[in-house]
Design a protein. Structure first.
Length: 151
């Protein structure tokens, strides 16, 4: 995958094709079919490349909330920016763009900015979701780059 090994923030666009059942902190959730975006940051060894490649692997130890989704959803595209900012910088502009939080606290258990979650649902088709994600990066003052994963 053509991602840098530097630090940055990313938005992983996922397509859920059939209802997906998740168990988070003992509670059961159901994601309906549609497009979802998970925002994260990568600051450790291997940077953006290592983090996103781990998310995309089907066979892995379930470590983060997102691991339950990436095992059953199709990754469509990765949006990223090299920065020392945290993923929280993307949440308000995504919310302003009409994205909604399907699972309270998802991926945000260590969030310092008190984001409602780091998983958001996009109403609309692929083209509309892509445009809204790019706009969120720009409104956050980031210069987004993209990597397409599937058709």
């Amino acid at each position: 995958m053509d991602l840098p090994r530097s630090a940055g923030v990313y938005a992983l666009l996922l397509r859920v094709s059939a209802p997906l059942h998740l168990s988070i902190r003992g509670l059961q959730y159901r994601l309906e079919p549609g497009y979802y975006v998970y925002v994260g940051s990568a600051r450790g060894p291997g940077g953006l490349r290592a983090r996103v490649e781990r998310h995309l692997r089907r066979a892995k130890r379930l470590r983060w909330h997102i691991d339950q989704i990436t095992g059953g959803a199709d990754a469509v595209m990765v949006f990223y920016a090299e920065t020392r900012e945290s993923e929280c910088v993307l949440v308000p502009p995504l919310e302003a763009g009409g994205f909604e939080h399907p699972i309270p606290g998802f991926g945000a258990s260590d969030c310092r900015r008190k984001c409602r979650s780091h998983l958001l649902k996009c109403s609309g088709d692929l083209e509309a979701c892509t445009a809204r994600i790019l706009s969120a990066f720009e409104r956050a003052g980031l210069k987004p780059k993209t990597v397409k994963i599937t058709a």
